[in-house]
Design a protein around this ligand. Structure first.
Ligand code: TPP
Length: 659
C-alpha cells in the first residue's frame, strides 16, 4: 500500500469516526474494518457517475450491512455525489441526507434502503436478476455489475440464505458480494452463535468463493479483478477483516461495533495513524484530487455509453420503443378502459378474474414481470404467453422464486430499485407474514411493487386455520404508504391492476379470493372503483337507514343482506370499499357523497374488525372474523361465523328493532 492509498483509506475511516463522534451515535466498527476494500472497489472498479445517480448502465452497490452507513456516506461524499461535507457533519440529525441507516429516497447514490439485516442481500440478488433480464431484452446495450458488502448478521439471516440459493441456481455471474468476515457481532464474538464454514455453504449453493485478507491491498485487487471477469457464477469474496481496524484499544471487540469510539480512543486512533488531531472531517488535498480524477474518468465512461446508447437505439428500431417504455415504466393512457374491457363477463373467484386481467396488463405494459412462490396454479399469476426465467434464459417474464417468500419479497424490491421493471409477486395471503419486512421496506423506500395475495380469508375452506388469513389484511393496512386493494368483482379487479400499474411511489397489495364471488349489481363501473370506495347499490329513496361497508367477497354478502332488508321497507345502501387508503385520500365531497353522516353503519369483511371500528363509529356494527378459522367447506364456515346474507340481515334487523 503506498502513502496515498494509506491516506485515502484513513480519510474514509476518519470521516466516519468524526461523523459518529459528532452525532454521538452510530457504528464505527464496520467502516473502519471495511475501508481498505471499500476504497479499492469504489475508486477503481465501481462504474457509476456521481453527477447522474440514475444512469442505467451504472454498476449498483448495496451496503447490506446498513448499520455501516457512514462508510457509504464517506464514499458518496468523496466520489462527488451531491452530499457535501456539511451533510456528514449532520449525520443522524433531523432533515439531513445522512440518516442512521441508508435510505434510497433520501440520499443521492444510495441504491437500496438497508438496515434490517439480510434484506440488502436479497435486494442485490433481485438487481442482478433484473440486470440479466435487461441484458437479454436489449443485447449489447448494457454492461454493468452488482456489488455489495454483507456482514455476519446478513449471513445469519434466513432471507439471505434463500436469496443466495436462488442466485446460485440462476447462475447470476454479474453479482459480487464482499463478506466482511470480522467474527464480531453486536453483543460479542461470532463463535457464540455461528461456526459453520460460510465459504463451503456458498459453494454448495453454486457460488464461486475466494478467501482473502481484507486489509491486504494486493489480495483485494486480485479478488476484484477476478470478480469483474466472472460471468458464470455469483461470487463471494470472504474478506477476513478486523472490526474497528486501527483503534488501538477497541479493535476486534464488539465495543466498536455500535458505539462512538469516544474522545480518548478517537485521539489514540488518530495519533496511531499520524492524523491531525485538530482537523475534524479532514480530507487531504491529494486524496480529494484522487477522487476528483476518478469522477472525471467516470463521467467520460458515461458520456461514451450515451453515444453507444444512441447508436444502439438507431440500429435496433424494433427494441427501441420497448426500451423507452420500460425506462419510463410506461402504461397506456386508456389503461383502465382496456383492463376493464378485459374483465371476464361471468363472475368467478377474484383470483381468476384478476388473473385474466393480468394477461392483458402484461400485454400492455412491457415492464411488468413477476412470479410466485410455487403457487402459480393457485394464484393464477403466470403470464401465459411468456416463458419461465431460468439460468441462461433471461428473456422470459415468469420468475420462479421457489418456496422462498422472504427472498421473493426482497428480490422484488431489488427489481424496483434497479429500474425498468414493475415486479409482482404472488402467494397465499397468510404467507404475507414471510414477506412483511420487504413490504415494509418497499413502502418506506417508495417502491413500485405489486404483491398479489390470494386465498384471502377463512373462506379458503378445507386447508384450515394454518392457511386462513384473519389479521393479514389489517396488518398490511397498518404499514404506511401501502395501498391494499381487495376487489369484489371483475371491474374492481381491473381498477386494482390499473391503480397498481399507475402508482409509482409505493407498493400495492392485491387481495384476492379463492372462492367464487357473487355477481355484482348492474351498472358498476371502473372509474368509481378507482376512487377506492363508491356506492355499489343505492337505497331506493330518501336517505339510507343502513349503510353497509364491505370489501371483496363480502360485498356480495352485503348486497344480499340489503335486498333482504329492503323487502321489509328498510332503506339500505351498500358501499364497496376496494381500497381504504385511496378512498380516504379522495376529496371530502366524494367521501361524504358515498358515506352519508346518517344511517346505521355496518362493516362486513372476513377478517379482524378492529380497524373498521373507526369507520362505522361508536353506534355502528362490525361484522368480521376475530379468531382463527376452521377446517371445513367454506359455505359451512360462513354459516357458523354468521357471514351469510340472511344472517347479516337478521343481525341488523335485530339492532334496528332494539333502537
Ligand atoms: C434483522 C435485524 N436484526 C437485528 C439488527 C440489529 N443489529 C444491527 S447490527 C447487528 C450485529 C451485526 O453484526 P455484524 O453483521 O457482524 O456487523 P459488524 O459487527 O461486523 O458491524 C445487529 C444485531 C438489525 N439491524 N437487523
Amino acid at each position: 500500500m503506498d502513502d496515498l492509498e494509506r491516506l485515502a483509506v484513513n480519510t474514509i475511516k476518519f470521516l466516519s469516526i468524526d461523523a459518529i463522534e459528532k452525532a454521538n451515535s452510530g457504528h464505527p466498527g464496520l467502516p473502519m474494518g471495511a475501508a481498505d476494500y471499500a476504497f479499492i472497489l469504489w475508486s477503481r472498479y465501481l462504474k457509476h457517475d456521481p453527477s447522474d445517480p440514475h444512469w442505467p448502465d451504472r454498476d449498483r452497490f448495496v451496503l447490506s450491512a446498513g448499520h455501516g452507513s457512514m462508510l457509504l456516506y464517506s464514499l458518496l461524499h468523496l466520489s462527488g455525489y451531491d452530499l457535501p461535507l456539511d451533510e456528514l457533519k449532520n449525520f443522524r440529525q433531523w432533515g439531513s441526507k445522512t440518516p442512521g441507516h441508508p435510505e434510497s429516497h433520501i440520499t443521492p447514490g444510495v441504491e437500496a434502503t438497508t438496515g434490517p439485516l439480510g434484506q440488502g442481500f436479497g435486494n442485490g440478488v433481485g438487481m442482478a436478476l433484473a440486470a440479466k433480464m435487461a441484458e437479454a431484452r436489449f443485447p449489447g446495450l448494457f454492461n454493468h455489475r452488482i456489488w455489495g458488502i454483507v456482514s455476519d448478521g446478513d449471513m445469519m439471516e434466513g432471507v439471505a440464505s434463500e436469496a443466495a440459493s436462488l442466485a446460485g441456481h440462476l447462475r447470476l455471474g454479474n453479482l459480487t458480494y464482499i463478506y466482511d468476515d470480522n467474527k464480531i457481532t453486536l453483543d460479542g464474538t461470532l463463535d457464540e452463535s455461528m461456526d459453520e464454514d460460510v465459504g463451503k455453504r456458498f459453494e454448495a449453493y453454486g457460488w464461486r468463493t475466494l478467501h482473502i485478507d481484507g486489509h491486504d491491498h494486493a489480495q483485494i485487487t486480485k479478488a476484484l479483478d477476478e470478480a469483474k471477469a466472472e460471468r458464470e457464477r455469483p461470487f463471494l469474496i470472504l474478506a477476513r477483516t478486523h472490526i474497528g481496524n486501527g483503534a488501538p484499544h477497541k479493535h476486534d471487540t464488539h465495543k466498536v461495533h455500535g458505539e462512538p469510539l469516544g474522545a480518548d480512543e478517537t485521539k489514540a486512533t488518530k495519533e496511531a495513524a499520524g492524523w491531525p488531531l485538530d482537523k475534524p472531517f479532514y480530507v487531504p488535498a491529494e486524496v480529494r484530487a484522487l477522487w476528483d480524477k476518478r469522477k472525471t474518468e467516470l463521467q467520460k465512461i458515461h458520456a461514451q455509453w450515451n453515444e453507444h446508447e444512441k447508436k444502439w437505439l438507431a440500429e435496433h428500431a424494433k427494441e427501441a420503443d420497448t426500451y423507452r417504455a420500460m425506462r419510463e415504466k410506461r402504461v397506456p393512457g386508456d389503461l383502465l378502459e382496456q383492463l376493464a374491457a378485459a374483465a371476464p363477463p361471468k363472475t368467478d373467484a377474484t383470483r381468476g378474474l384478476a388473473g385474466t386481467i393480468l394477461q392483458k396488463a402484461a400485454a400492455l405494459v412491457p415492464s411488468l414481470v413477476g412470479g410466485d412462490a410455487d403457487l402459480g396454479g393457485s394464484t393464477k399469476t403466470p403470464i401465459k404467453d411468456s416463458t419461465k426465467v431460468q439460468a441462461g434464459k433471461f428473456d422470459g417474464r415468469n420468475l420462479r422464486f421457489g418456496i422462498r417468500e422472504h427472498a421473493m419479497g426482497a428480490m422484488a424490491n431489488g427489481f424496483a430499485y434497479y429500474g425498468m421493471f414493475v415486479p409482482f409477486t404472488a402467494t397465499f395471503l397468510t404467507f404475507s407474514d414471510y414477506m412483511r419486512p420487504s413490504i415494509r421496506l418497499a413502502a418506506l423506500a417508495r417502491l413500485q411493487v405489486v404483491h398479489v395475495f390470494t386465498h384471502d380469508s377463512v373462506f379458503l375452506g378445507e386447508d384450515g386455520p394454518t392457511h386462513q388469513s384473519v389479521e393479514h389484511v389489517s396488518a398490511l393496512r397498518l404499514i404506511p404508504h401501502v395501498h391494499v386493494w381487495r376487489p369484489a368483482d371483475g371491474v374492481e379487479c381491473a381498477a386494482a391492476w390499473a391503480a397498481a400499474l399507475q402508482r409509482k411511489d409505493g407498493p400495492t397489495e392485491m387481495i384476492l379470493s379463492r372462492q367464487k364471488v357473487a355477481e355484482p349489481p348492474p351498472g358498476t363501473h371502473a372509474g368509481d372503483a378507482m376512487k377506492g370506495g363508491y356506492v355499489i347499490l343505492r337505497e331506493e329513496s330518501g336517505t339510507p337507514d343502513v349503510v353497509f361497508m364491505a370489501t371483496g367477497s363480502e360485498v356480495g354478502v352485503a348486497v344480499e343482506a340489503a335486498r333482504e332488508l329492503g323487502k321489509g321497507g328498510t332503506r339500505v345502501r351498500v358501499v364497496s370499499l376496494p381500497c381504504l387508503e385511496v378512498f380516504a385520500a379522495q376529496d371530502a365531497s366524494w367521501r361524504d357523497a358515498v358515506l352519508p353522516s346518517t344511517g346505521l353503519r355496518v362493516s362486513i369483511e372476513a377478517g379482524r374488525t378492529d380497524l373498521w371500528k373507526a369507520w362505522v363509529g361508536p353506534d355502528g356494527i362490525t361484522i368480521g372474523v376475530d379468531d382463527f378459522g376452521y377446517s371445513a367447506p367454506y359455505e359451512v364456515i360462513a354459516k357458523h361465523l354468521g357471514l351469510t346474507g340472511p344472517q347479516v340481515a337478521a343481525r341488523v334487523r335485530e339492532r334496528l328493532t332494539r333502537k
